[in-house]
Design a protein around this ligand. Structure first.
Ligand SMILES: Nc1ncnc2c1ncn2[C@@H]1O[C@H](COP(=O)(O)OP(=O)(O)O)[C@@H](O)[C@H]1O
Ligand SMILES: CC(C)(COP(=O)(O)O)[C@@H](O)C(=O)NCCC(=O)O
Length: 273
């Protein structure tokens, strides 16, 4: 049995998981992420945090047979991460990039080297999960929405500010708007400044998803599955489910999925061992 260590370095969080060769990137059981975790990507700049993480990983993880990663948070972060494992210097770190090849998939992005590695990994992860027309939502620092057709073509996508960025930019660039806080009444047309911001930003994101579904239909790739991952996945999925009456998609076809980017890195790594 082999062990693979996977890292997804996002602009806010660094996620990792150790998976075994007896498991598959398409597995859905919770046990899949038995050896996983996340930390703030920025905390890697601190020598104390690096030492803590190195110590934790060295104590909890056996030496992996291969390491795969994506990084959209800048070169410095990945150098800091690699510096944590001097004892594994003989293992090559395989970096999945926006223009990395994956059998059965291709992107129409004009310059694939500019496509976010995490977006491409999520597309690969989605392909590992199903062969249907799929909308891939990564609701993280930014919210990305990508269309993958059953024919294996990535038709591109959209980049929106993530929910937190939307809230912060309203607070930071206006005189009267606070940093809004979500509560159970934050739905529908806002009847307070707070709820007007929360519901307005949710509407922008859900509206974009609904529009993407409509556009995909017009392009003759009607969406059969929507995967939502990222730190704000549960929020978006919950808000989307309230719109179910108006959507051509059933609730079952919209699902949150854990570790879609990690699954994609893993599937790609398996093709490149
Ligand atoms: N514990 C948390 N730490 C940081 N961000 C969180 C947390 N829980 C939810 N979030 C939200 O998730 C976003 C980060 O999601 P994530 O998928 O990790 O992003 P990225 O891949 O860009 O690092 C933040 O912008 C924030 O809105
Ligand atoms: C769009 C992103 C900032 C999303 O990053 P994240 O929110 O996952 O940290 C990242 O995928 C990126 O830097 N993309 C490069 C530009 C592109 O995809 O066209």
């Amino acid at each position: 049995m082999s062990l693979y260590l996977l890292f997804d370095v996002g602009n806010t969080r660094l996620k990792w998981a150790a998976v075994e060769s007896t498991q598959q990137p398409s597995d859905r059981q919770k046990k899949l992420w038995a050896y996983s975790g996340s930390i703030s990507s920025k905390s890697l700049a601190s020598p104390e945090h690096r030492a803590e993480l190195a110590d934790y990983i060295a104590k909890t993880l056996p030496k992996p047979d291969a390491i795969g990663f994506t990084c959209v948070a800048g070169k410095g972060v990945i150098e800091n991460l690699q510096s944590l494992f001097p004892q594994w210097s003989d293992i090559s770190w395989k970096q999945l990039k926006g223009d990395s090849q994956y059998n059965s998939l291709r992107t129409l992005y004009q310059d694939p080297s500019k496509l976010g590695a995490d977006r491409w990994a999520a597309v690969i992860g989605a392909r590992a999960l199903s062969n249907t027309n799929t909308l891939i939502i990564n609701a993280g620092t930014a919210t990305t929405i990508d269309l993958l057709s059953s024919n294996g073509v990535h038709y591109g996508g959209w980049i929106l500010p993530g929910l937190e960025l939307m809230h912060k930019s309203l607070e930071g660039n206006t005189a009267q708007l606070p940093l809004a806080v979500r509560d159970e009444t934050s739905y529908g047309f806002g009847l307070s400044t707070n709820n007007a911001i929360i519901s307005g930003c949710d509407a922008a994101q859900i509206g974009a998803i609904q529009y993407a579904i409509q556009l995909a239909k017009e392009m003759n790739h009607p969406v059969e599955k929507v995967w939502i991952d990222g730190g704000n996945a549960k929020i978006l999925a919950a808000q989307m489910s309230k719109f179910k009456g108006q959507s051509s998609l059933t609730v079952e076809s919209t699902e949150t999925i854990e570790g879609l980017v990690l699954r994609g890195i893993w599937a790609w790594l398996l093709q490149n061992l």
